[in-house]
Write a protein that binds this ligand. Sequence first.
Ligand SMILES: [Zn+2]
Length: 189
Amino acid sequence: MSVLKELLEGNERFVTGSNEFPRLNRERRLEGLYGQSPKAIVVGCADSRVPPEHIFDQGLGDLFVLRVAGNILDEAVIGSIEYAVDNLETPLLMVLSHTNCGAVGAAIDMPVEEAAGSLKYLIEYIKPAVEKVKGMSGDFQDNVTKENARLVVENLKNQGQIISKAYQNKKLKIVAAYYDLETGLVSTL
Ligand SMILES: [Zn+2]
């Protein structure tokens, strides 16, 4: 079974309340003493309502997770992904966006120069998605959220030596996804 399918099946268990809470026992913990072999890398939002292990019903050692507001990239995030791609040979990289994202909302409402502190970095990063979907039909914030996830994926496909090469050699699949807080459902974009 493909890793993506495995994650989406875990999400279906989460949505329908038939979670298995797999691989969270002592035995699995001790397996981790000998290393890790996560099945997927997830770049998700720091939002407390979107923990990847829970929404995909996964256990210890299953997901290599980077969480940052607005599921965006910086050098530390990219370096961490490179580690997983290069050293752990993780075959799937998912950028996981979600409904009602506060970082996306701030990027829509706030001019970059009004953002306080390092919040500026987040808003500046998401702004191109805000500009790109202007005039598009449908819910504006949803459109920005999805476009931002797609732009992050495009950025990753062209990122540095390690990630872009693994992608081109088909050793790494990169997908954008969208989580609905209300239904609990993850859909790929
Ligand atoms: Zn968010």
